[in-house]
Ligand binder design. Sequence first.
Ligand code: G6P
Length: 622
Amino acid sequence: MCGIVGYVGDKDALPILIRGLKGLEYRGYDSSGVAFIQNDNLKVIKKKGRIKILEEMLTADGYLSEGDDKPAQSDIHMGIGHTRWATHGAPSDENSHPHLSENGRICVVHNGIIENYIELRQLLTEKGYTFISETDTEVVAHLIEYHFYFDCNQDIFASVREALLEIEGSYALGVLCTDFPDLMIAARKDSPLVVGIGDHENFVASDIPAILSYTREILIVEDNEIIVLTKKDVKLYSVHGVLIQRDPIHIDWDSEAAEKGGYEHFMMKEMSEEPKAVRSTVAPRLRNGKIVLDQFPLSAEQIRAARNIHIVACGTAYHAGCVGKYVIEKLCRIPVIVDVASEFRYRDPLVDNQTIVIIISQSGETLDTLAAMREAKSRGASIISIVNVVGSSISREADYVMYTAAGPEIAVASTKAYNTQLACMYLLAFEMSHLIGKISDEEYRTYQDKLLEIPEMIEKVLESRSEIQRFASEHFNADSIFFIGRGLDYALSMEASLKLKEISYIHSEAYPGGELKHGTIALIEKGTLVVCPLTQDSLMDKMISNIQEVRARGAVVLGITTEKQTRASEVCDQVFYIPDVDPLLAPIVAVTPCQLFAYYMSVYKGCDVDKPRNLAKSVTVE
Ligand code: G6P
């Protein structure tokens, strides 16, 4: 959802900006641009398309030297950059950031949405400002300029503050002004922003990995804060101008974790990391036969008193929540409602202080999820979050955070994060049901042992990936693919289908096995591919009937089942076997062949696996 980066220091700014933008490209890749001050003028270079195109332009203009990141000239020591995921206005050169103010002496980069931009645009137009883009961002540049000359005595900090007080919506902003050639301003509300503190250099960025190769001292910026950066100094203020003291945090993980490490795609690298990610999420929390959730805030009484549990999330994280519903209801016998975050917030949800809300988010920054969490919190609910990114907004605002130890996930299509979200779901469900006495001590221990076996099972699936690859090579021309399943296999099917459409652009639907015949079966014709996860032993007979129904209409069926389920081969055209996993835990293993299937389909179709069209990894707009 757009990435911003800024640098001020002694080094050459442009290679740092380009490297930062490459790290942020997962957030959007419709266009990119940079701005810097040169000879008392703001120079903006921006272009529709990937960052590679911007890099080529900068090289052609002599700002970068060919073939490496080294600068061709060294008089630029401060600048801001942006990579865009279009919201207001199509991807185009004009709509690319940075945007200049009317007189060209102020420029901004922005991530977020200015919700009252139409009113502001009208107001500024009446005052004589002209707009050259369709973006909501351009109003910010003009509005700052307006205050600069009208009521702020040409003080850029005061002008930014005045503008922010008028803006409604979300933003992470970077601002430059030619009258202050050594100073950069940034601000945040509901869009992520961090400051990197270096030696005679300082940075701003939409996430930590973008600047991690330069500094490990990171200042997390909160909502409604403004930062003034020079190469020697970082000052943090509230939007009302009050100075704020906050210590930076030291980041001890490595930027290498966010690099491809020899794999052709981040997605393949990240799937290969699933066993390790699940192990790191589970193992440290199991001690002496107990699940240890440090400072878990809910007592047995509070869990028993809960009227219901809401799970709220978006995308893949929502699908992890769908698995969580089955597991928690089965083990805790408490009703669970799973909601897409953008719907939850606006339907006046039945949430109060007797509700437990579980928020799931890889990034911890998804705006819909964050807003839903705030809504639930304001209604008195206890908020448990499952988050991957340490220090992210959701992790900071929730009552309790359970971190998934997936490590950085760069590919837009989420893979290892899902497995680890499920791992947390299981830990949570086992712990809560044990606390309230719904499972015995023995069952509690057995579940823990079974969870510890999962990483090895995923390893086995990954070892057999060539079978999935072969299957994909035979079917990548399909127009439409259906996933059907019952119970947890249906929850899994939703994620499998999403993965496929996200990265291969093949139309796909996930259906409960028994529901297909109520309409969607009309779409099954000779040769239609139907993928069936078959991991729920108790539902096997029913699924076999559903498979017969689609085969009778010409479908080709791929079954994904456990080694012990020999009957699958009698009804499916092809079968992929996963190790014998407890049905309750099956989705965490069975998702991997589905992810591999989507991956190979995308590769065979020649799609951009890691950066699929129209998508972004971190969605910080509503
Ligand atoms: C985007 C990503 C998905 C992700 C969803 C929720 O749509 O492309 O992969 O599942 O956001 O993101 P979150 O960071 O909240 O898990």
